[in-house]
Design a protein around this ligand. Structure first.
Ligand code: THU
Length: 157
């Protein structure tokens, strides 16, 4: 028997100025995206922005539905759109802003699995920046670190 442990490191920033200019731009973009969220049922607006390897930034937000389970999280709204339209562009960094929360909102399980899918496909981590209305920022090195012992395409072979 061998006891094992999985750990990952993340960085907690208390001031926006500690981030680099690209990270700041990406977060600001996700704030604007959150302002356009369609979240009439939860009133919990999430905005997300992805930085592609060509420098382009694309935005998404949560899209809810009167039939609640039909709603889609901001991360999956964005990543599906981005991969549908720019399938060859690597996704470098993903900012997520929870506009109506003082908590740092981390992606749900479905979104973690989605982020992981694209990381596996591009053989490169996607940096995740979590941001909320109180201004705190947490930087997580990858989606896979949020999903220990994950299931991915390698297991299908
Ligand atoms: N939501 C997201 O868009 N992303 C997350 O990471 C967590 C939750 C949305 C789903 C729903 O529209 C609302 O937030 C409340 O759960």
């Amino acid at each position: 028997m061998k006891k094992q442990k999985i750990e990952f490191e993340f960085i907690q920033y208390s001031a926006f100025e500690e981030l680099n200019p690209v990270q700041i731009k990406l977060i600001q973009s996700s704030v604007q995206a959150a302002e356009k969220a369609y979240a009439p049922y939860s009133r919990f607006r999430i905005g997300t922005s992805v930085l592609l390897e060509n420098g382009e930034i694309l935005n998404g937000n949560n899209q809810e539905n009167a039939s609640y389970p039909v709603g889609i999280c901001a991360e999956r709204t964005l990543l599906s759109y981005v991969h549908a339209n720019f399938p060859t562009q690597k996704k470098i960094s993903l900012a997520i802003t929870a506009l109506d929360s003082d908590h740092v909102v981390s992606p749900c399980g479905l979104c973690r699995q989605t982020i992981l899918e694209y990381e596996t496909l591009q053989s490169q981590s996607i940096e995740i920046l979590l941001h909320n209305r109180s201004g705190s920022v947490m930087v997580i090195p990858s989606g896979s670190s949020l999903l220990p012992l994950h299931f991915d395409r390698k297991m299908l072979t």
